[in-house]
Design a protein around this ligand. Structure first.
Ligand code: ATP
Ligand code: MG
Length: 219
């Protein structure tokens, strides 16, 4: 069975590509994985993939791109059963594409940094999630804290506000604010290839949590 994971957010620069590329690297370590970059022409995931293949060629990691939601649906249908995992890196803002990703994905991750602007952008996303539910009743979209500074008052207050006010499940794993993420991304690497144990551990915890969620769904 192919497991599809989407990384979505309305606001730009929140960490979608960082999460999508790290997931793709991690899953492709043991399983055939397709990374689909839907954020064109920017193509952060596509550039990361090209850089990675030049230095660490993989026979289990593949890339596709999709310029609009119809192309994405075609690509996912073509790829179905050919891959164990499909990771979709979403564009910001485009509701039609985001809705398609939510419908296609077994699990959608919504990166959220501890800033009010990012929390407001989740409010906009809630409408798109509700629309997606008209097409698919078992939509599963979960918040994922990233660039999280655990010891700041702002992070704690915002995290409590989100728990109180947004009716969305959250991932238990949280990604911290770490240079390893930006350094690795720029070099076509993942934090698994980088020398920051905390980043590696927290990302492994995220992957383990995702695998548990997907396994639970298969039961
Ligand atoms: N956990 C993190 N810690 C530190 N820096 C991070 C983290 N996650 C992402 N970044 C950095 O933040 C910037 C934006 O991240 P990224 O490109 O993943 O976001 P995006 O949502 O895909 O943005 P875009 O709208 O440009 O597609 C990048 O420079 C990235 O290296
Ligand atoms: Mg991006």
């Amino acid at each position: 069975m192919t497991e599809i994971i989407g990384v979505i957010q309305v606001k730009g620069g929140v960490g979608r590509s960082t999460i999508a590329t790290n997931l793709a690297a991690n899953f492709s370590d043991h399983s055939s994985t397709l990374l689909i970059d839907c954020d064109l022409p920017q193509g952060t995931s596509a550039s990361w993939y090209a850089t990675r293949q030049a230095s660490l060629p993989s026979t289990t990691l593949f890339l596709a791109t999709a310029a609009n939601h119809l192309e994405l649906i075609d690509k996912v249908q073509e790829a179905a059963e050919g891959f164990r995992y499909i990771i979709i890196d979403a564009p910001p803002r485009i509701a039609e594409m985001t809705r398609a990703i939510i419908i296609l994905s077994h699990l959608s991750l919504i990166p959220l940094g501890a800033s009010a602007a990012e929390i407001w952008s989740v409010c906009d996303l809630l409408t798109t999630i509700e629309e997606a539910k008209k097409y698919k009743s078992d939509v599963d979209a979960r918040l994922l804290w990233t660039r999280y500074r655990a010891n700041t008052m702002e992070a704690r207050e915002l995290s409590e506000a989100v728990d109180r006010e947004l009716q969305l499940k959250g991932m238990i794993a949280r990604l911290g604010y770490r240079v390893a993420y930006s350094e690795a991304l720029a070099r076509g690497l993942s934090v698994e290839d980088w020398n920051d144990t905390s980043a590696k551990d927290e990302f492994r915890a995220l992957v383990a949590e995702i695998e548990d969620i997907l396994e639970e769904k298969r039961r």
